[in-house]
Design a protein around this ligand. Structure first.
Ligand code: GTP
Ligand code: MG
Length: 380
């Protein structure tokens, strides 16, 4: 599972990345602070199966606080994109190749409207305008990949090969052609048709979720409601980072994604007003938004689910770690898919599986659901 952070310069992509991963990356109030991409792990927050079984888990990856399991997802933070990038403006869009493997994109928008379309400080810029331009640039990026070697592209098979780096299959292409009512002889498509096709491919392989960032700035008040209407989730990457840092120094107890925090340490006079300010944001928006956005990408947009391997007799591995693993599985995954995901041998030698929560036997075609704990029974 990989999520890409995109947006114009200075919208707060690296701050979002830092708040999610706690990796100390470069942040700056000038365009193109990030040039080479930052990669790291953020987390989705799910209900841990430890609650159901009344045990305490020992996660091998991620962590668990009070029954809230944090499951790693890879995040990639790239350079800022400006209007006309596909024609080489700004940093161009070649760096988007770093995002080829992303399953979903989070578009970080500066909801305060205090940076222009190129990321320079300004007084008033309507952030809703950024949504359209970014989609356009991404669509043109897809078009450029599709059009590479276009002259040699004879059929759907060739096209699928060209797009395999974007996880585009022949089946997906055929489905899109059917949906658009296009001719299967791709050679006959003119530029307009190629762009329409690119848009649809982009929408299906890299859906976008909009993060309306910097809601802690008073200027955001003017724009945030409109952005929410356009489907954005409000957030303050800066507030999320501040809370995580304070929690790390034992000043507060804060579970990422919560609507509140508790002061547990010696807060200085300087820290007090900053924490008070964050409290107001949490009260108004329900959370800092960062966790909500990562969860929404994985579970809302991509509709993935968290599955725990386990056993009816034993929930631990050979070293005694309780519920050590979690797997994020795509929608429509079956017990057999899960077996293959754990190990090819489990898939090949699948006999049956057991839903550990209900103790019911399930067949290979049984559809899994969020939070399932699955025991696999495989032959030798
Ligand atoms: N008030 C406030 N400022 C923020 C927030 N997120 C980012 N910023 C500020 O916005 C500026 C740009 O932040 P970056 O995270 O470097 O932005 P970026 O999108 O990675 O920028 P490029 O790498 O240049 O594309 C910095 O001055 C940050 O401190 C936020 O949630 N609230
Ligand atoms: Mg950056």
């Amino acid at each position: 599972m990989k999520i890409g952070l995109v947006g114009k310069p200075s919208s707060g992509k690296s701050t979002f990345f830092k708040a999610a991963t706690l990796i100390d990356v470069k942040i700056g109030n000038f365009p193109f602070t990030t040039i080479t991409p930052n990669r790291g792990f953020g987390y989705v927050r799910v209900e841990c199966a430890e609650k159901f079984f009344n045990v305490k888990c020992n996660p091998r990856q991620g962590y668990c606080i009070d029954g809230n399991r944090f499951v790693p997802v890879e995040l990639v933070d790239v350079a800022g994109l400006v209007p006309g990038a596909h024609e080489g403006r700004g940093m161009g869009n070649k760096f988007l190749d770093d995002l080829r493997q992303a399953d979903c994109l989070i578009h970080v928008v500066d909801a305060s409207g205090t940076t222009d379309s190129e990321g320079r400080e300004c007084i008033e810029h309507n952030p809703a305008e950024d949504i359209k331009f970014l989609e356009d640039e991404l669509n043109y990026w897809f078009l450029s990949i599709i059009e590479r070697n276009w002259r040699k592209m004879n059929d759907i098979k060739c096209l699928a090969k060209q797009l395999s780096g974007l996880k585009v299959s022949e089946k997906l292409i055929t489905g899109i052609i059917k949906k658009l009512g296009f001719d299967e002889t791709i050679k006959s498509w003119d530029e307009e048709k190629r762009l329409i096709f690119s848009k649809e491919v982009r929408k299906q392989v890299q859906p976008i979720l909009i993060a309306a960032n910097k809601i802690d700035k008073p200027e955001a008040g003017k724009w945030v409601d409109e952005l929410i209407k356009l489907g954005a989730i409000p957030c303050s990457a800066e507030a999320e980072f501040a809370l995580k840092a304070a929690a790390k120094s034992n000043l507060i107890k804060y579970i990422p994604g919560d609507k509140n925090f508790e002061i547990t340490g010696q807060v200085t006079e300087k820290q007090k007003p900053a924490l008070e300010k964050i409290k107001i944001i949490l009260k108004r928006f329900g959370s800092t938004g960062v966790q909500k956005i990562i969860n929404e990408s994985v579970f809302g947009v991509l509709k993935y689910m968290t599955i725990f391997p386990g056993g009816v007799k034993k929930l631990s591995d050979k070293d005694g770690n309780v519920l050590p693993d979690t797997f994020l599985m795509p929608p429509g995954s079956t017990a057999l898919d899960f077996a293959y995901r754990i190990h090819e041998d489990f898939g090949k030698k699948f006999i049956t599986a057991i839903n550990v929560k209900t103790k019911q036997r399930i067949g290979k075609d049984h559809l899994l659901k969020e939070g399932d704990v699955i025991e696999l029974v495989a032959g030798r």
